[in-house]
Design a protein around this ligand. Sequence first.
Ligand SMILES: [Zn+2]
Length: 303
Amino acid sequence: MNFCHSKHWAWLIAIGCWGFYLEVHAEDALVRLPSNSVQEEQHIDAMRVHKAHHFEAKTHAVVSSSRSTVSPSSASLTAHPCAYESEIAKKPPFKTVSLTFDDGPSPERTEFILSVLEKYNIPASFFLIGEKVKKYPDLVEKIAKSGRHLIGNHSWQHPNFHDIDADQQEREIAQTQQAVQLYTAEKYFRYPYGNSTCESRDQLHHLGYKIVGWHIDSCDWAFDKTGSVSEHDAQICEVKAHNTSNFIEHTLDAIRERGGGIVLLHDIHPNTLKQLEALIVRLQREEFHFERLDSVDFEALLN
Ligand SMILES: [Zn+2]
């Protein structure tokens, strides 16, 4: 190799490295979201536990329906007969998606979600935790001021409603509604972990709330910093083998299978939030369109 030739290669390598540097740093500058706090990691652990219970209940229901006998483990499931209804069985409107973001508001992350939704002119719903509404009123104000999004009630401290008595359940709902009604007159409630109880369901209906479940649980919390799910989480989240390192394809597959629907996402996990824009672009490319929960099409599916 003569001198000119080696110099040529050196230039090419230098340009390539610079291009890579720019690309990586441009992305960092675009999406620099705070990592999860210890408390948020504990919250993710709790979601994992409850998701595993839901998966067990779902699997048990399928097995039970294929057999005439009832196994002893069904006793734990019948203790909460209203417990596993957050996954909506009714068919969603054709090729229509309603994005929902739970557990906010959170500094930077909520603003990031709002900026992506604004860029694509997409409406969504935010199910907020009451004590965070009190802590971050400016963020709730931003959601409300967009005029595009629905604000819902997701309890005050995100407890498991199966573990607290009826009075506490009532307080969790009422206190949060008092906080969010500064920004909205709407009354939509989503249970923490999707764990409903009969007593609170009756009360919510009596007070004129719509209870909101989902068609698609993205399990965004289960995709870790490397973008992958563990074997355990893949099983409980029903992530197909070819999607265990691909959050977008996993979510798209689940949406395609239902033909659209209400999608459960969280404003808790920076790694998956960074993929929100790509998910929206893919959905639009596949001619899905976006509606709010209170559209005629979706409202008919809520109870
Ligand atoms: Zn939640």
